[in-house]
Design a protein around this ligand. Structure first.
Ligand code: NA7
Length: 533
């Protein structure tokens, strides 16, 4: 072995995946080093610190379940926590379990190459670290590689620019400023109401209207918290057996088309009043039957028509190019009402496209508008971007980018053939972003930790997917996606927001429960479909 520093495992990223991965590996007695590009832990929640950044899953559920003490002692201030508390939680977990010495901050992994003679990975960072490891675990996040739009002249603009996913640490002062926001996904929809209150004027540039539902966020009520915490273990276990990894109280058991229109409206209205994602759980077929889906979509469009006073603006905001839920539904606070403010204007880019960004502002087909600041809420190269931006080379110098040229291929969303001992946490091909990320993260980290332990106990050092098993899994991932309405949307799930990115539905939609059972069975059968040496 060379004189380079050796670790049993290197973990790339210290977001919620990386933190738990480090925790599990050190408990199992493996030497571990995590590298994190940010100046603090928390991953997505470290970077996305724009005003209004807030989780869309309730915090009592969007949190770790691995430690009963941790889940009992941590107090969430709100039902849906805002970014500062989520990041404080990440820091608390690291401190509480003494993980700081294992995590190197402000260090970006630039390359990871597999050496066939030593069967080890060599990992390099932008700080000059060169280390070898047996296992390379990519906890690099699914929404962490930010994306600017392909608009000519972007670098010409002389005012200030911000990307929602790389927000400054100091408060940005928008007071008295003329501000543009480009993008109306979850980030845009959260940041727009916050900025609108402060600015002199705000112009929102919308390419595709999205479905958004009020969060109806409230401060945490002690009775609710106590009740939840008194049954925490049981509720967490129940959540694991749902398709979204989240409990939404009563889930509908009928088709939306089986009931009379009045009853259907009542169901939607009650769920709309509850807020958040409840709406999509009213009936069984909202994501599989286009006619059923259309009833929910029209219900939301009616609410938008009610909330937005100017009928022309309301019409522009009506989502009409994708079934509801096939793009991640946005959960907002006062989003639609913001368009009733006199200082806010909406530009529909389908009628009025942006031609260029100029030194002074934004030029559309209708002319130039000067701005002091432009906010890009234009999203991410989701699921694959953080992986392919690293120079990853497996067996025979095969680059991950090349292996994934036609779209991400892997086995169970956990490992890629040709990349021995490299694991991806919540990667494409696994349920990942389709549900509660904490549930997906804990499941993957536990599976990977158990696998490493198994290899050690059975005196093996290398694991890699069998190409045949991988091909079957990829075919299955595609097949189940096409049984749903999801491929109908130009979403980041499909890679559609990145020009040139292959179109395929990246997460596994076959069911989180079935996925958990399948991955468990595979492990129990001695890692069926993998080659172990
Ligand atoms: P999203 O959901 O990818 O939203 C990005 C937004 O930016 C969306 O409205 C895009 O329109 C818009 N966009 C992207 N490129 C352009 C260009 N070139 N011109 C105009 N508008 C553009 O990212 P978010 O950060 O909001 O949310 C990501 C996830 O984080 C979210 O789903 C939650 O899970 C949390 P488009 O719809 O592509 O037409």
């Amino acid at each position: 072995m060379s004189a380079e520093k050796y670790y049993d495992s290197v973990v790339v990223g210290a977001g919620f995946s990386g933190i738990y991965m480090v925790y599990r590996l050190q408990k199992l007695g493996f030497s571990v080093r995590a590298y994190e590009a940010g100046g603090g832990v928390g991953g997505t929640w470290y970077w996305n610190r724009y005003p209004g950044a807030r989780c869309d899953v309730e915090s009592l559920q969007y949190s770790y379940s691995f430690s009963e003490e941790l889940q009992q002692e941590w107090k969430w201030e709100e039902h849906f926590s805002a970014q500062p508390q989520i990041q404080a939680y990440a820091e608390h977990v690291v401190n509480r379990f003494n993980l700081q010495p294992l995590i190197q901050l402000e260090t970006r992994v630039t390359s990871a190459h597999f050496n066939e003679s030593s069967q080890l990975w060599t990992v390099e960072t932008d700080r000059g670290d060169v280390v070898t490891c047996r296992f390379c675990i990519m906890a690099s996040g699914v929404l962490s590689a930010g994306k600017l739009p392909e608009i000519p002249g972007i670098s010409e603009f002389q005012g200030s620019t911000y990307h929602s996913g790389q927000w400054p640490h100091e408060k940005v002062n928008f007071k008295g400023k003329r501000v543009a926001v480009i993008g109306t996904g979850s980030s845009g929809i959260q940041v727009i109401p916050e900025i609108a209150r402060e600015v002199d004027s705000l112009v929102v540039y919308q390419r595709t209207p999205n479905f958004s539902i009020p969060a109806r966020n409230v401060p945490m009520k002690p009775e609710y918290e106590n009740n939840f915490k008194s049954r925490y273990a049981q509720l967490r276990a129940e959540a694991k057996h749902t398709r979204s990894g989240t409990l939404y109280g009563d889930v509908g058991t009928q088709s939306a088309l089986e009931v009379q229109p009045e009853e259907r409206e009542q169901v939607y209205a009650a769920r709309w009043a509850k807020g958040g994602n409840h709406l999509m759980y009213g009936f069984t077929d909202l994501i599989t039957d286009e006619r059923a889906n259309a009833t929910a979509a029209e219900f939301v469009r009616d609410r938008i028509r009610e909330m937005v006073k100017d009928p022309e603006t309301a019409a522009k905001l009506l989502p009409n190019d994708h079934p509801i839920g096939t793009k991640r539904i946005c959960i907002d606070t006062n989003y639609y009402d913001t368009y009733n403010r006199p200082n806010v204007k909406l530009v529909d880019l389908r009628d009025t496209p942006i031609l260029e960004i100029t030194k002074q502002g934004v030029r559309t087909s209708e002319g130039e508008t000067p701005f002091d600041c432009i906010v890009f809420a234009t999203g991410f190269d989701a699921m694959t971007g953080a992986l392919t931006r690293i120079d990853m080379k497996g067996r025979g110098g095969l680059g991950l980018k090349d292996a994934w040229q036609a779209g991400p291929v892997n086995y169970l969303g956990l490992m890629v053939s040709g990349f021995p001992n490299m694991f991806t946490v919540t990667g494409p091909g696994s349920p990942s972003v389709l549900g509660n990320m904490f549930v997906a993260i804990e499941q993957h980290v536990d599976w990977i930790s158990d696998c490493l332990d198994y290899l050690r106990k059975s005196h093996r050092t290398v694991i890699e997917p069998d190409p045949k098993a991988q091909a079957e899994w990829v075919a299955h991932v595609n097949e189940v996606a096409h049984k749903t309405l999801y491929p109908k949307a130009n979403s980041w799930y499909m890679g559609a927001n990145v020009p040139g990115k292959p179109r395929m539905f990246m997460p596994y939609i076959g069911g989180a429960v079935q996925y958990r059972e399948k991955t468990t069975q595979i492990a129990e059968r001695g890692y069926e479909g993998f080659v172990l040496k």
